[in-house]
Design a protein around this ligand. Sequence first.
Ligand SMILES: Nc1nc2c(ncn2[C@@H]2O[C@H](COP(=O)(O)OP(=O)(O)OP(=O)(O)O)[C@@H](O)[C@H]2O)c(=O)[nH]1
Ligand SMILES: [Mg+2]
Length: 303
Amino acid sequence: MESTDSAGSHRAGFVALVGKPNVGKSTLMNAFLQHRLSIVTPRPQTTRQRVLGILTKDTCQVLILDTPGLLEPGYRLQEYMLQSAVHTLHDSDAAVAIVDATRFERDLDDRVVGFLEHSRGPVILAINKIDRASRTSLLPMIDRAAGRFPFAEIVPVSALKGDGLDPLLSAVIRLLPSGPALYPADMLTDQPERFFVGEIIREHLFLALHEELPYASAVIVEDFTDRPNGTAFIQAGIIIERTSQKGIIIGRNGRMLKRIGTSARKAIVEFLDRPVYLDLRVKVRPSWRKKEQDLKRLGYTTR
Ligand SMILES: Nc1nc2c(ncn2[C@@H]2O[C@H](COP(=O)(O)OP(=O)(O)OP(=O)(O)O)[C@@H](O)[C@H]2O)c(=O)[nH]1
Ligand SMILES: [Mg+2]
């Protein structure tokens, strides 16, 4: 463990990244970590579970918790997603609420403010995607935000372009309690490789599929074995809700599934930093998004 002998000046704590779907929570976490840990796609509701990213510096350890978007749940999986975000907000030492500068009014509505009021720790507001907003729109936004909630600080950023991230990180660190590091300095997350492999496959499903299909799909990693030759052997199931969706995912002559498999495999190789054999199979589980039992089996269980 890291020691506390630097006269108690070391800080460590959990910070939750929360906000509506698609505001850039996962992009921000990855930018802080300088690592592609949490999956990112142009579609809302990409993140379904909380993801821990550990940022260790000489004087602090920031335990960043990426969360699913604060959505209005319509089915059991979405209820689980919302719970996961809200619990994380309740359990963290501080929070960064994120809004998209181009959708400010939508992103900082009464409902979101209501959630922030139940945060355990102080909340910083990050106004993200400023690369897309006009400079003149920022000051009025900051004013309106300050009138709506007692934010500890308000920081405009672009998680994508890397603008404003240092001031935002400094603001986060200032809010963390004093204490020793909670994880070894070389640890990036506490979640297993197997979890991220499933997430990467899901990321490529989200990128390749349209309309409702990404939301009707899940991934279950059934086998993950490191072979003696150094190759990770991975067998995963793509779960969908109806037989009629199977044909779309497989595609003509299996082309779509092959495309998804090829791009996912490449990304997994990059993530694991070793050769990968990937076998994908499509499976139908009727209405899995609404069934407690199926959700549990897929790892969507409240902690
Ligand atoms: N232009 C611009 N796009 C951004 C920025 N940050 C994120 N994005 C894009 O916004 C989209 C959503 O980003 P995510 O990081 O997945 O957003 P999220 O809040 O994690 O979304 P959910 O997990 O679905 O709740 C992606 O296409 C990102 O590339 C930014 O600063 N500027
Ligand atoms: Mg996300």
